[in-house]
Design a protein around this ligand. Structure first.
Ligand code: ATP
Ligand code: MP5
Length: 268
């Protein structure tokens, strides 16, 4: 059986993050990829120069057009720009009863540029988080969602993940990529299963553009093919680590380059 995986996100012309990264991960992991574009972003490995938001009504039009035709087996949600777009996406999750909803609460690109309006964090917290089967915040996003300081160690990550779970998502994957050390550790917390610590070797590379997009998309692609969320998340993390290990083989741009999707797949 084939699986249709939808990305609702913004673009990256350099192909390392956003919808372009999502499609690469879906394809490499055996999903049929589809997209609803929320924002056109002029960005590359060195940063964002301009953002052109797609009007919320046209995001709705893309969703309605697609979802009245095609069955969706999992959804990855990335950059949503503003409150209106968040409301449209939340309404579509309900109206079409979308399954396996993975929300990557994208707020700020690695370059420091904002991808979500500051006044839209509240809508993300109240409208989208409770509709998510899994959320995948990094440490600054977790802090922003909770209105707290950033976690500085694994113990603080654990207590923040618990408070994020209380905001309504079925599961939380809190990513520790922004901490330092020999390993890069994430925490998976859910209401109905024991907490899991996912540890991987910290790959020595500056080519980390789109790691968050890749991880959340890999989970969405794998979830319909695996019996549990835990299994999908663990394999997605392995996939990302492999893609990071081969990132330096690519020659893309002068800044933080992308991870290597297809090599990651060949390595499996
Ligand atoms: N150098 C690295 N080596 C191995 N894994 C890493 C490295 N950097 C990040 N990761 C992993 O990549 C995933 C994304 O991590 P991170 O916390 O950096 O998220 P992010 O900031 O959302 O990514 P992005 O900036 O692309 O949105 C996590 O699983 C994290 O553990
Ligand atoms: C459209 C879009 N979505 C998400 C990210 C975050 O990825 P990163 O933090 O690695 O730049 C991005 N840069 N662009």
């Amino acid at each position: 059986m084939s699986h249709n995986i939808l990305s609702i996100a913004g673009t990256d012309p350099s192909g390392g993050a956003g919808i372009q990264a999502d499609l690469k991960a879906f394809s490499a992991l055996g999903g049929y990829g589809m997209t609803v574009v929320t924002a056109l972003v002029a960005q590359t490995t060195t940063g964002v120069s301009e953002v052109h938001d797609v009007p919320a009504a046209f995001v709705r039009s893309q969703l309605d057009t697609l979802l009245t035709d095609v069955r969706v087996d999992a959804v990855k949600i990335g950059m949503l720009s503003n409150t209106e777009v968040i409301e449209v996406v939340a309404a579509a999750i309900d109206a079409y009863d979308l399954p396996n909803v993975v929300v990557d609460p994208v707020m700020v690109a690695k370059s420091g540029d904002r991808l979500l309006a500051a006044d839209a964090v509240e809508a993300l917290r109240t409208e989208l988080l409770p509709r998510a089967d899994l959320i995948t915040p990094n440490l600054p996003e977790a802090a922003d969602l909770l209105g707290e300081a950033e976690a500085a160690d694994e113990a603080q990550m654990r207590s923040q993940a618990e408070r994020l779970l209380a905001l309504g998502p079925r599961r939380v994957l809190l990513k520790g990529g922004h901490l330092s050390g020999a390993t890069s550790t994430d925490l998976l917390l859910s209401a109905d299963a024991p907490a899991e610590v996912l540890t991987a070797e910290r790959v020595s590379t500056t080519n980390t553009h789109g790691t968050g997009c890749t991880l959340s998309s890999a989970v969405a692609a794998l979830r319909p093919q695996r019996p549990t969320w835990s299994q999908a998340v663990r394999e997605a993390k392995d996939y990302l680590t492999e893609a990071l290990r081969h990132a330096d083989e690519l020659e893309v741009g002068k800044g933080k380059g992308p991870v290597h999707h297809f090599h990651a797949w060949w390595g499996r």
